[in-house]
Every structure is written in structure tokens, then in C-alpha cells.
Design a protein around this ligand. Structure first.
Ligand code: EPU
Length: 430
């Protein structure tokens, strides 16, 4: 079994002990497109509020391999120099583990007219095809050669051309990739059925600040008119707060807090999770840039939920696994309908081993009947979000748990053990 670090957690056995404050970091899924956007500029770009995560290190290593220079001016602040791109090939050993690497292909095609990369991996949460990217790029004038393990894309005319691209599935990174490709394409690129996630909106706003004509921001029809060349010298890409980290902490608070203040958030980005937790009986107060959460008052139980994951502004798939831990504590039957990925209910089998009453009907649907006390165990994270769910389950459980494969959790949650310790959670990383 794969192993790279583990978390040792002493459970509270359902007691509400957490009392404190936690600050949310910059969003991984906003920093990744920001790093890719740097490649568009003929000179360079500054990024700030970048979280210290393994996926970010991986992306920086990919950028170095392309000839990008970078330095860290201060913690969380990077200066990228993109004057000399020397290669159009993504290091396969990194790219195949990092789904976000697909974001680099678009600016490479735009700047160098070529991109070579392996099928990108990432967390094991489903098939994760790249057909939408390939079809969209082809509509923009790209020729595709697919080898056994590698894709080679080329722009025979030398410059991408704007196209009208309808996404057959709403895809976050594909929307971002076409915005990036369109930024240097000839003419207008129109993306229909575009994703509405805050990270997409932020990227679109950033491109507008870079001087491009971007329309339809905040709608499902986004368009961008490309420029011949762009300068990033006067720009700063400030990564937005991580809404998934926010939601994860709110769920932790709903499960185990007397009072938890989650700071540095954009409440508008967290409407779905706040609504869901209120329905479950938790108490939440939404401020301007903070949210206070408390578990239901003494004597009140959690109510069951109907959870259906959805593209933004619906309930995010990335919070589905953490939320199921709360469902194990609700009185009655909850249903889970994971609509985005087909490999994201695997954690439920592990929750069952910890004592949950779960029936998984098919790769998308499950029923959770509660309340059931959870027991500490040795568990193995299959992916980042499930790993966080196991930490939450271990906090709620009676006794000690060991969450193996800490490296998965650390792809998306920075120094999670240290930060949870400050709230009174008994967790150490080994
Ligand atoms: N899809 C296709 N073809 C494609 C691309 C996507 O059929 O070419 C399908 C997927 O199979 C899926 C649906 O479209 O069923 C939506 O997937 P999407 O492309 O939106 O996912 P993604 O862009 O690869 C991003 C986040 C994920 C998050 C999803 C959904 C980044 C780097 N990753 O992935 O984050 O789960 O959107 O919101 O932004 C995570 O952080 O743990 C994580 C997995």
C-alpha cells in the first residue's frame, strides 16, 4: 500500500470541544490557473496569496521545465519570468499526477504553437477524460497526434484562432483552458455552457485587467477577444480564498464546535454549504469576510439531508465526502447523489468500517442512516477530499484513528495538522 506520512488523531467521541478561529488560505484551484496564466505574458507575472501545497510545487516544477524562471519574494508571493520559454513538453512524471497540468497546454499552444503532455492524472475520483479540451483546441486550429502514452498538439498556422466552443459537460478547467487559449488567439473565442465557479470568474476578471475584452463574466456564455501579445508587469494575480477549505472547516465546526470562527472567506462563494449545514441544524452566522459556526445546541440533533452535488453555485462535489461524516450523525435517512464524478463514493465503505450505516446503491448514489457512533480505525485516504473526510470522521469517533496517505490530504490542505491543533483537535502528523 502507498504510504507517505500519516495523521494520528484522538477522537472526541461526539463531544463539542472545538473553540477558536481559523484562517482560510488561498485556493489551490485558483492558484493553478493563475500559474498557467503567467505563461501568456511575454515578460512575467506576480502572484500572491499562493498556498504552500504539493500541487503548487508540482506546477512550479512543470513551469521550470518549460523555461520559466521564478522566485519567491515573500512567503506566498511568487514572481514568474516568462521571457524565454524553451520547451513545450510537460515533464510526464509530474504532469501525469497533476490534473491541473492540463491548464498549461492552452498558453503553450498560444505562445509556442505546440504542447506535448501525458494523459493527466490527479486524484482517483473517476475517469477524468480530456476530450473536451482536445475537441475545443481542434476547433481553434490545433492538430492532434496521439501516441501510446503522449499527446502532441500543434498549431500549423502558428496562431490559434478564436472559435465557438460548446462544452458538452460543464468543466471547470476546460473553461479556464479556453479562456487562456482565447487570450492570445486571433479573433473571438466564445465558450458556451461555461463553468461558473468563482475560480473561473476570477480568471476571467484577471484577463480583463490584463487589457483583454472579456464578456459574459458570471454567465454560462463567456467570450474573450485575443491579443497578439500581453504584458504582465503591472499585474498581480491575487489568489482568492479557498472555498473548499472554508467549507471543510465549516463542516468540522458543525460537527464538533462550541464556536468556530472561519476567517478570510468570501461568503458568496459558500452559500450552498452554509445553507446545507443550517438545514442539518448547525448554527451559522455569516459576516462580511468570516463565518461563525456552532454545532446544534445541546439536546438538538442533526437532521438528515438530501445531498446532490452540482456545479457552482450548487453544492460542490469537493465537499461531498466531508459532509457525509455529518450525515452519519443525523437522525434518520440521508441521501447522497454525486453527479459530477463516478469514483467519489469510495470513502463511504471506509465510514462503514468505522461504524456508519451506509448503503452504496451505485457509483453515484448512496443512503446514510444515522445516528451511529463512529470508532477510531486505521484508514487509507484514496484522494484528497476523502482524506479530509477521514480526518473529520476520526475527530468525531471514539478512540484513536490513523489516517494513512497524508500526502493526498496535503495536496489541498496546507499544514492541516498544525492548524487543527490550534483549535484543540488532537492530531499529529508522522
Ligand atoms: N469532463 C469530461 N471531459 C473533459 C473534462 C471533464 O467529460 O475533457 C467531465 C468530468 O469527467 C466530470 C465533469 O466533466 O464529470 C466535470 O469535471 P471538471 O472538468 O469540471 O473537473 P476538473 O476541471 O478536472 C476541477 C477541480 C476539481 C473539482 C472539479 C469539479 C481543479 C484543478 N480541479 O476539476 O478539484 O472537483 O473541478 O468542481 O480546478 C480537488 O480540488 O480535490 C478537485 C478534484
Amino acid at each position: 500500500m502507498e504510504e507517505d506520512g500519516k495523521f494520528l488523531i484522538q477522537g472526541f467521541g461526539g463531544r463539542r470541544i472545538i473553540d477558536g478561529e481559523i484562517r482560510v488560505n488561498g485556493a489551490k484551484n485558483d492558484a493553478l490557473p493563475g500559474l498557467a496564466a503567467a505563461l501568456l505574458f511575454r515578460d512575467g507575472l506576480r502572484l500572491s496569496n499562493v498556498p504552500a501545497l504539493k500541487d503548487i510545487d508540482g506546477m512550479l516544477e512543470l513551469l521550470s521545465g518549460l523555461g520559466v524562471g521564478w522566485s519567491r519574494a515573500k512567503p506566498r508571493e511568487y514572481q514568474l519570468v516568462t521571457t524565454k520559454l524553451s520547451a513545450a513538453k510537460l515533464k510526464p512524471e509530474i504532469a501525469k499526477r497533476l490534473r491541473g497540468s492540463m491548464l498549461l497546454t492552452a498558453p503553450l499552444l498560444a505562445r509556442l504553437g505546440e504542447a506535448t503532455f501525458p494523459h493527466p492524472g490527479g486524484c482517483v475520483i473517476g475517469a477524468r477524460p480530456i476530450d473536451i479540451f482536445l475537441e475545443g483546441f481542434q476547433a481553434m486550429g490545433v492538430k492532434l497526434h496521439k501516441g501510446e502514452k503522449i499527446y502532441r498538439l500543434r498549431v500549423p498556422s502558428g496562431r490559434l484562432r478564436g472559435a465557438r466552443i460548446f462544452l458538452k459537460n460543464v468543466s471547470v478547467t476546460a473553461t479556464e483552458a479556453f479562456l487562456l487559449a482565447g487570450a492570445l488567439a486571433h479573433g473571438e473565442t466564445v465558450i458556451e455552457n461555461a463553468a461558473l465557479e468563482p475560480e473561473v470568474t476570477h480568471l476571467a476578471q484577471f484577463l480583463r485587467r490584463a487589457g483583454l475584452r472579456v464578456r459574459g463574466i458570471g454567465t454560462t456564455r463567456l467570450s474573450v477577444v485575443g491579443a497578439k501579445s500581453l504584458s504582465g508587469l503591472d499585474l498581480n494575480y491575487r489568489v482568492i480564498p479557498d472555498r473548499i477549505e472554508t467549507g471543510s472547516f465549516l463542516i468540522l465546526g458543525a460537527l464538533a464546535a462550541k464556536r468556530l470562527v472561519v476567517r478570510g472567506v468570501v461568503p458568496e462563494h459558500n452559500r450552498a454549504v452554509v445553507e446545507m449545514l443550517r438545514r442539518a441544524g448547525a448554527r451559522l452566522e455569516v459576516g462580511r469576510d468570516s463565518i461563525v459556526v456552532q454545532a446544534p445546541s445541546a439536546g438538538q440533533s442533526y437532521l438528515p439531508l438530501e445531498v446532490k452535488t452540482h456545479e457552482f453555485p450548487g453544492f460542490p462535489t469537493d465537499l461531498q465526502a466531508p459532509l457525509t461524516v455529518l450525515l452519519t450523525q443525523a437522525v434518520g435517512e440521508s441521501t447522497v447523489f454525486e453527479t459530477i464524478f463516478e469514483g467519489r463514493l469510495l470513502h463511504l465503505h471506509t465510514l462503514r468500517e468505522m461504524g456508519a450505516n451506509v448503503v452504496v446503491h451505485d457509483p453515484h448514489r448512496a443512503t446514510v442512516v444515522g445516528p451511529t457512533p463512529l470508532r477510531g480505525r486505521h484508514v487509507y485516504s484514496p484522494d484528497l477530499r476523502a482524506g479530509l473526510a477521514y480526518i473529520l470522521a476520526a475527530v468525531v469517533a471514539e478512540g484513536e484513528s490513523v489516517v494513512h496517505n497524508a500526502h493526498y490530504v496535503e495536496r489541498g490542505y496546507e499544514r492541516v495538522a498544525e492548524r487543527l491543533q490550534t483549535l484543540g483537535v488532537k492530531i499529529v502528523k508522522e
